[in-house]
Design a protein around this ligand. Structure first.
Ligand code: PGA
Length: 249
């Protein structure tokens, strides 16, 4: 992490929780002191966005896990950035590997969603990452650059974007990328941003790591110069999340 980039820790709750279990999460989250150099954003399921927003401490921002590419209309089951703004939800996760692989979202659709969310003033945590097969075939860079390009060509305001590098093989598997593996891809992503967007965007954009981050491995990962934070799934539902928030401290 550089001085230019605040540490950023996102919690992706995925499709987990009930009012009762969320009350438990809010209890430890609301007791936590958020370090001054760290941005913390939690992503509850859509159904609980308001419930969480109304109860969470001011130091923690709230994110949706997905949204659609237009403001309103006949799109059953979808949520628009305008609705998120109406609920004072400032962030949305887009391009998560589960959206790509379980729901078949293409690079093109993800790019359109990124554009519309930013146009509406909702900040974006944009996810990229290769599968195990792609890594083993030596395609990591190619895949990650292609996904990043589809996102980057839809971004005008980079201060509203965080890139999450989440290797698919590390998500929910307990198989974390080593700090060296994460750093290697983050460094290349930053070089890609420098070459394809601008050196100043490369220097100021947070690139966070996701995939089986936990209370034990977060500190080692956080020592790497191009790891600017984390997107945390399973461990964001537990008090371990507070340890992760403090990984840089
Ligand atoms: P995990 O999920 O921490 O449970 O591996 C990360 C993510 O999907 O964002």
């Amino acid at each position: 992490m550089s001085d230019q980039r605040n540490f950023f820790v996102g919690g992706n709750w995925k499709m987990n929780g009930s009012k009762a279990s969320i009350d438990g999460i809010l209890q430890f989250l609301n007791e936590a002191k958020i370090p001054a150099n760290t941005d913390v954003v939690c992503g509850p399921p859509t159904a609980y966005l308001s419930y969480v927003k109304e109860r969470i401490q001011a130091g923690v921002q709230v994110s949706a896990q997905n949204c659609y590419k237009v403001a309103k209309g006949a799109f059953t089951g979808e949520t628009s950035p305008a609705m998120l703004k109406d609920l004072r939800i400032g962030w949305v996760i887009l391009g998560h590997s589960e959206r790509r692989h379980v729901f078949g979202e293409s690079d093109e659709l993800i790019g359109e969603k990124v554009k519309h969310a930013l146009d509406e003033g909702v900040k974006v945590i944009a996810c990229v990452g290769e599968t195990l097969g792609e890594r083993e075939s030596g395609l990591t860079e190619e895949v990650v650059f292609k996904q990043t390009k589809a996102i980057a060509s839809n971004v005008s305001d980079w201060s509203s974007v965080v890139i999450a590098y989440e290797p698919v093989w590390a998500i929910g598997t307990g198989k974390t990328a080593t700090p060296e593996q994460a750093q290697e891809v983050h460094l290349r992503l930053r070089a890609w941003l420098s070459d394809n967007v601008s050196p100043s965007v490369a220097a100021s954009t947070r690139i966070i790591y996701g995939g089986s981050v936990n209370a034990k491995n977060c500190q080692d990962l956080a020592t790497k110069p191009d790891v600017d934070g984390f997107l945390v799934g399973g461990a964001s539902l537990k008090p371990d999340f507070i340890t992760i928030i403090n990984a840089k401290g």
